[in-house]
Design a protein around this ligand. Sequence first.
Ligand code: COA
Length: 252
Amino acid sequence: MQPPTNKPAASSISSAPPLVGVVVVQRATLADTRQLAAADSAAFRDDALGCAIYGEEAGHTPEQREVEREERESRYVKLVRDPADVVLKAVMAIDGPGGSSGGEGGGDGGGEVIIGFAGWEAPASSRDASAVYARELMLQECYRHGPAWRNEALWDRWGLVEEEFEGLLAGRAGDMWHLTTFGILPEYRGRGIGRQLLEAGLAITDERREDVYLEATPAAKGFYERGGFQVVGEAEVMEGYAITLMLRKAQR
Ligand SMILES: CC(C)(COP(=O)(O)OP(=O)(O)OC[C@H]1O[C@@H](n2cnc3c(N)ncnc32)[C@H](O)[C@@H]1OP(=O)(O)O)[C@@H](O)C(=O)NCCC(=O)NCCS
């Protein structure tokens, strides 16, 4: 899981439009980053950890929401720009306005809307040393310069959990894919779209015979277990909220 972020206002994609076509999974491009950020925001709106770290969206000013939106979008821009990483989007054709041809979340091609997203970070071992260094710097910046209203104690706790998980992977994280973010818009869940999106990514990692790890929210642990992931460890980030470190070996 990527570091939890705040929840800016939902875009036009927040209300379920009528479905008129099949869902397809495609590689995302830079033209998609705004809509990806909006989908990410909507998918994690009910996540208790994100709300505890950043506060409820409803209590935020428009300026705060814009800062959060930019931060969220910048993560997608970085992932999409990196040729080693893979960002997938699940898109669905929709009827009438609200697709990528209209509304705030405009993307590429009319009558389609992003309803799911997956950010796959490639193994560090597949990057050159300078790219690994640049990524480290970027992450440090992200950790240091959160918005002023961030709950720093909880944020630090999250950082410690990540370190703990790295220890559990015993130095192997750098040889694995990291599924950093994944979600389906609430109104489209329970229709097999998450599985379709997950399988599309796993087809890539299996093809390369590389393992995958992730940090599952409580809401998604069972979903990943069905997808072939196994529990490596668990850590309570705040009272009643545990993140689960999960691993899936490449299917050779
Ligand atoms: C977790 C999530 C991605 C699942 O997406 P989805 O489209 O509803 O999942 P699907 O309909 O494709 O479900 C696939 C299978 O997983 C099962 N499943 C889905 N969510 C589950 C859950 N929370 N616990 C147990 N099983 C679950 C389904 O029953 C289905 O089982 P089947 O193979 O027997 O048919 C979605 O609920 C979500 O976006 N959650 C919020 C964001 C989040 O927590 N992301 C993960 C960050 S680590």
